[in-house]
Design a binder for this molecule. Structure first.
Ligand SMILES: Nc1ncnc2c1ncn2[C@@H]1O[C@H](COP(=O)(O)OP(=O)(O)OP(=O)(O)O)[C@@H](O)[C@H]1O
Ligand SMILES: [Mg+2]
Length: 387
């Protein structure tokens, strides 16, 4: 029997970090279940490329002989990891299979370079800002969202309370549920929070419009252990790829009760658990749910349990004319500035004014339509100026 190098115990809440760590070495993490189903797989693989999570052997513990036999199928080029939950049992049961049992944290603390890679990936969160940074955050946020003044006040209040009670350990996730007309800035709220927190990567966004089928939970949080291609689902990939503690769930009402219940759990426990039992700690995160349902529809579609766990429920109405005008000015300015970068000083303030007066903001409820109108007038005036 060949003695293996070591068995590394990981904390499931840090699974993403561990995955990133092995990504650096181009190693893929697979579960031992796949080999239990198909033992021949061992011969097709290069051990140096593979990390095997043996946690699920715990379920075989009635047959220790069987578990040992499976581990001995592998040579010592493979790397082995297991959930720290089973440390006691595995250290005992597999004392003849591995020559060392260590915690992943301890293992990695010896490796300075990879530590840097892991630390860099922290999410920027609203709870981590100091007072000065928080003021800057609100200034930026309020400037990028036009109108909705009541919401801005409420949001500030909610954030202030969140920061206090989060510290006291009583409030893990700040949840906002935004309803209302199309194109008035609901999704923009999430984008603006992300940007104002200094987000440079893509915002973690999941559209529940794509999650209305029965199989939706699998796509969202991954398929159960042992399924072919079982992977963490979309939401884990999105959160992992983002650099801020903000999650946007668009078109929330389009999904089904399974997903509602999942989020009930997320809000309650402050963490997301994938079907592979990998966890992402969401302490300090802001989750924004958006929806086009009406005030009445809200009570019909969203269960009382979920409703009561949402920190803020707000209805976004159509923007006031003055806010729309400010938006138009902002858009014209930004288009003209971009244009002038290509053709220095081609367009002046008179041109901006000519565009502005052609746009009747009262005709538009949806800012997307307003935006189209701005572009249309811009091109018209540009053509007129050139010919
Ligand atoms: N209040 C606002 N302030 C700044 N920009 C806005 C505002 N409302 C809309 N916009 C702009 O208009 C576009 C549409 O807004 P957004 O995506 O937020 O709409 P929405 O309310 O989420 O609509 P839907 O329900 O159709 O998803 C975006 O490009 C956004 O930048
Ligand atoms: Mg939207």
């Amino acid at each position: 029997m060949i003695l293996k190098n070591e068995l590394l115990f990981y904390n499931p809440s840090k699974f993403r970090e561990i995955k990133r760590y092995y990504d650096i070495f181009d190693k893929e993490i697979l579960t031992i279940t796949e080999y239990i189903i198909n033992e021949g797989l061992v011969n097709d693989q290069f051990g140096v490329d593979i990390v095997i999570d043996i946690s699920s052997l715990y379920n075989l513990s009635s047959s220790q002989f069987q578990a040992e036999r499976i581990i001995n199928l592998f040579d010592n080029t493979f790397t082995f990891i297991a959930d720290i939950k089973y440390k006691k049992e595995f250290t005992e049961d597999f004392r003849f299979c591995f020559d060392e049992f260590i915690d992943f944290d301890e293992f990695i603390s010896k490796d300075e370079d990879s530590k840097k890679v892991l630390i860099k990936k922290e999410h920027k969160k609203i709870i981590d800002l100091d007072v000065k940074e928080l003021n800057l955050f609100f200034e930026k946020f309020n400037n990028s969202l036009y109108g909705h003044n009541k919401f801005k006040d409420d949001f500030k209040e909610a954030v202030d309370s969140f920061r206090v009670f989060n510290k006291l350990g009583e409030h893990k996730i700040l949840s906002l549920f935004l309803m209302g007309d199309s194109g008035v800035g609901k999704t923009e709220v999430a984008r603006a929070i992300h940007k104002s927190l200094g987000g440079e990567n893509k915002l973690a966004k999941v559209n529940f419009g794509n999650y209305s089928s029965d199989n939706s939970l699998n796509s969202l949080i991954g398929s159960p252990r042992g399924y072919i291609g079982s992977e963490d689902g979309e939401i884990f990939i999105r959160v992992d790829g983002s650099d801020t503690g903000v999650i946007l769930i668009d078109e929330f009402e389009k999904s089904n009760s399974t997903l509602f219940n999942y989020f009930l759990d997320v809000l309650e426990n402050g963490k997301m658990v994938s079907s592979l039992s990998h966890e992402i700690d969401l302490n300090g995160f802001i989750i924004i749910f958006t929806s086009n349902i009406s005030k009445e529809g809200f009570k019909e579609v969203i269960s009382p349990e979920l409703r009561s766990r949402l920190d803020y429920k707000g209805y976004f109405s159509i923007l006031k004319a003055t806010d729309k005008l400010r938006y138009v000015e902002f858009r014209i300015n930004s288009i003209v500035n971009k244009f002038n970068k290509f053709y220095p000083d081609a367009l002046d303030d008179d041109f901006k004014f000519d565009v502005l007066i052609e746009i009747d903001v009262n005709k538009y409820k949806n800012m997307r339509d307003l935006n189209k109108r701005i572009k249309q007038v811009f091109v018209e005036k540009l053509m007129y100026k050139m010919y």
